[in-house]
Design a protein around this ligand. Structure first.
Ligand SMILES: Cc1cc2nc3c(=O)[nH]c(=O)nc-3n(C[C@H](O)[C@H](O)[C@H](O)COP(=O)(O)OP(=O)(O)OC[C@H]3O[C@@H](n4cnc5c(N)ncnc54)[C@H](O)[C@@H]3O)c2cc1C
Length: 446
């Protein structure tokens, strides 16, 4: 059997490795348009923060290992330009010219691409985005080769926030701009204001509520024309979000789902039974709403890759879905979320009740200073099911969200969650974990 995989990062290489290990006689060919495979995109902001650290430190497993140890036929610099499902062919371009390849089964694992704002000047030198390793490499080179004192980041999502911290670590003055007035609009206001304070305390200028209208080059560097002000910059990062790379699938006539991600079933099969899709290019089912959704995150890309391999090996695969569980750091603050926000819950027809509580990261009896943790919980009044949770705080806040993520997987009612036997010792938190305190508060509103 010949499995052809388009895309050699998280989803593609997870599928390739798992399938080849368990089916060594099968032929596995991975076509990757760049010269990078299997790297940690998530580590890029932290790598950029340390100019001396080589960007290739982010490579998890080298091409050599895939080729020599796993006997995967990895073809770097091979960009697929067309899929022909009738003849089971892929057509592409490499340095040697056009190539064609037949497949028995095909996996599309093409990921996502950064969205660039539709304004003049995005092609100017020093205007960049961050998605693939080659982007990270280009940003590092640019920062090393130019005097960058001022940076403007367009967008205030998690990649924008991580990059603000990375640039400040090199002493670069950072201004962030976005059109909507609220920072992280999906987040409870009390929690997002902690992040706002953290950013301004670290010297980041925030211009929320302003759209960027154009970028231009002048004698003193780049000019970022916003709706109410003009900002000067030596470097501009566009971080306004990503879109799924689903054009190949669309042109091949495959069904698309939300955000034009490739529609897949719970075994990662597309509308063509011989073609799978996994990772950022594909959609998924939401654990809470049960509807199709598009949430581009790393674990689900890896898991979807494994699921494809298992299904090809003849196992039954029925991935229940994603909850959008994610964590990130903004300077000293840890930010965590899982499931739906209150607004999303209403939009999906739930009757949300919420509580926002303030707790601490360690017991008062323990030595040293306690730090505040804010937790926000959302519960459906009709079913009493947990719908989502958010947390912001210091010193061990982030991974506490996993308790709520597990509760969402188990479709738990808040009454049962309140009885969960979560861990306690003074160095790690108060007796009542912040999520339990939040759950007890929501209970009072049901
Ligand atoms: C800066 C940053 C920080 C992040 N931090 C986190 C985090 O903390 N936690 C988290 O869960 N997620 C994080 N993510 C998201 C995570 O990296 C992605 O969800 C994950 O990489 C998706 O893997 P993938 O294999 O689906 O796609 P990708 O990693 O995008 O890989 C797709 C591959 O396909 C190749 N390709 C595309 N089109 C073609 C073609 N036509 N022919 C051949 N090859 C093609 C691309 O070159 C690429 O190598 C972060 C992302 C970024 C950019």
């Amino acid at each position: 059997m010949r499995l052809v995989i388009i895309g050699g990062d998280a989803a593609g290489m997870s599928a390739a490795s798992r399938f080849k290990r368990k089916s060594p006689d099968s032929e596995v060919i991975v076509l990757e348009q760049t010269h990078d495979v299997s790297y940690s995109a998530c580590g890029m902001p932290y790598n950029i923060a340390v100019p001396k650290r080589p960007i290739d430190d982010l490579v998890v497993r080298s091409a050599h290992v895939f080729e020599q140890k796993l006997h995967i036929d990895l073809r770097l610099g091979h960009k697929v330009i067309r899929i022909e499902p009738e003849g089971k062919n892929v057509i592409g371009q490499s340095a040697q010219g056009e190539f064609a390849l037949t497949y028995d089964k095909l996996l599309i694992a093409t990921g996502a691409s950064p969205i660039m704002p539709d304004i003049p000047g995005t092609d100017l030198p020093g205007v960049m985005a961050l998605k693939r390793l080659e982007h990270g490499r280009a940003i590092k080179e640019y920062l090393a080769e130019h005097t960058v004192d001022r940076a403007v980041i367009i967008g205030m999502g998690y990649i924008a926030l991580e990059m603000a911290e990375a640039l400040r670590a090199s002493g670069i003055q950072v201004a962030m701009v976005k059109p909507r007035p609220r920072l992280l609009p999906w987040m409870d206001h009390e929690l997002s204001s902690m992040i706002k304070t953290e950013l301004t305390d670290h010297g980041v200028e925030l211009y929320a509520g302003q759209s960027v209208q154009s970028l231009s080059a002048g004698p003193k560097g780049l000019q970022v024309q916003c709706s109410e002000t003009t900002l000067s910059a030596d470097f501009v990062l566009s971080a306004i979000g990503v879109k799924p790379n689903s054009e190949l699938a669309q042109e091949a006539g495959l069904d698309l789902g939300p955000n034009k991600a490739i529609a897949v079933d719970r075994s990662m099969r597309t509308s063509d039974p011989d073609i799978y899709a996994a990772g950022d290019c594909a959609d998924a089912f939401h654990l809470v709403t049960k509807e199709r959704t598009w949430i581009p995150l790393a674990l689900r890309a890896n898991r979807a890759g494994w699921a494809v391999a298992d299904h090809l090996l003849g196992h039954e695969v029925d991935i229940p879905g994603v909850a959008g569980t994610s964590v990130f750091k903004v300077f000293g603050l840890e930010v965590a979320t899982t499931g739906l926000s209150a607004k999303q819950s209403s939009e999906y027809g739930f009757d949300p009740r919420t509580a926002t509580i303030e707790s601490v990261n360690q017991a008062h009896s323990y030595q040293g200073k306690t730090e505040p943790i804010k937790a926000h919980m959302i519960v459906d009044a009709k079913s009493r099911r947990l719908l989502g949770a958010q947390m912001v705080g210091r010193g061990g806040t982030a991974l506490r969200i996993n308790a709520a993520a597990v509760a969402l997987s188990a479709a738990m009612q808040v009454d049962d969650f309140c009885q969960c036997d979560l861990a306690y010792a003074p160095p790690f938190g108060p007796v009542w974990d912040p999520l339990l305190t939040a759950a007890n508060q929501v209970l009072k509103k049901l």
